[in-house]
Design a protein around this ligand. Structure first.
Ligand code: ADP
Ligand code: TRP
Length: 317
């Protein structure tokens, strides 16, 4: 029996990955997975369905995400990597949480409030997003959930769902998870200085080739009022030590073009091993299928055992 504490995390397959996803989420997940945790990492495709309603795109983004995880160093032998949609316990437990949750409580979620502020009608799936996420996490008894800053509230929802279930049914069934959000990469800036996000079109794609990196970096918005290009530096420090950079930026004060060229080299070099692995996997697509199938079987067994307990506790079994 494996007694290591459990790590659970997932990412929605809603597009091609960028270096903000890597530094903000994937890198931590991979590092922690290698350390002291037993990791369950999944492709949150049912969450993504709120945003991607095109089968071809969905399939592509799912595979891209799995390839990104594998290329970033997740070892399929060491972890359970699976698709959320292939493990029915996630939606099932979500439904059970629905029955103990009130509408006003979900109306406090950031996503709901944002939609309301913009006078948009929120979909039922998006409204319920926090409870599906709570189910994702609680099914596996997660101790730690590495995510970006924007997900902090969702972890609170998961803790609340666990507490409420345990309280109503007077059982100590669900473990309260902790978010893991490293300060320095909580928000990776994009090429325009705002949070890097595919919705802002300010990203540097994770598997960009040299030409694409060059295009993105040359497009970084620089503020010419000081000799120090903040936006270039902020991205640069992700791929090179700040001691090195301070010297370089002093030597090249005001020479933005050269600093950007250095950044292109550094990004190119930093991600070269990942790109190589990504290409290998892309040329052997069965790797993705095998990993997902093995992950699915492991996740199904564990989550189904938990659901059996849940069904007994609520009295349907
Ligand atoms: P996007 O904003 O591009 O749509 P997602 O919302 O799909 O990205 O994010 C996937 C994961 O990557 C989440 O865990 C999120 O917190 C993290 N993430 C995304 N963008 C950033 C960023 N700029 N800085 C830090 N983490 C990020
Ligand atoms: N909501 C997360 C995101 O936008 C994805 C996600 C779904 C997740 N379920 C999760 C993350 C459970 C951690 C744990 O990226």
């Amino acid at each position: 029996m494996n007694s290591k504490p459990i790590l659970v995390s997932g990412i929605k397959p809603t597009g091609y990955l960028h270096i903000g996803n890597y530094f903000g989420a994937i890198r931590q997940q991979v590092a922690l997975a290698k350390e002291k945790y037993r990791p369950f990492i999944f492709v949150a495709d049912y969450h993504a369905l709120n945003f991607v309603q095109d089968a071809e795109k969905m399939r592509t983004y799912i595979r891209e995400l799995v390839m990104a995880y594998l290329a970033s160093g997740l070892d399929p032998q060491e972890i359970t990597l699976f698709k959320q949609s292939e493990v029915p316990a996630h939606t099932e437990l979500c439904w059970i949480f629905d029955t103990i949750t009130t509408m006003p409580y979900l109306q406090r979620a950031h996503a709901y409030k944002d939609a309301e502020a913009k006078n948009k009608e929120i979909g039922v799936g998006s409204f319920n997003y926090p409870l599906l996420m709570a189910a994702d996490i609680l099914l596996y008894d997660a101790s730690v959930v590495p995510v970006g800053q924007d997900q902090k509230q969702h972890i609170e929802y998961a803790r609340d769902a666990a507490e409420k279930f345990n309280r109503i049914y007077k059982e100590d069934l669900f473990k309260l998870p902790e978010a893991y959000i490293p300060e320095e990469v909580a928000i990776v800036p994009g090429t325009d200085g705002r949070k890097m996000s595919k919705s802002y079109k300010n990203t540097i794609p994770l598997f960009a080739d040299r030409e694409e990196i060059t295009k993105c970096v040359m497009g970084i918005v620089t503020d010419s009022s000081s000799g120090h290009p903040e936006n270039v530096y902020a991205i640069h420090k992700l791929v090179r030590s700040s001691d090195d950079l301070d010297a370089l930026y002093k030597e090249n004060v005001g020479n933005y073009k050269h600093l950007k060229e250095l950044l292109i080299d550094d990004i190119d070099q930093y991600f070269a091993p990942l790109r190589k692995k990504y290409k290998e996997i892309k040329n052997n697509p069965h790797i993705v299928d095998t990993v997902l199938k093995e992950g699915r079987d492991k996740a199904r067994a564990i989550s189904e055992a938990k659901m059996e307990r849940v069904r007994q506790i609520i009295g349907v079994a």
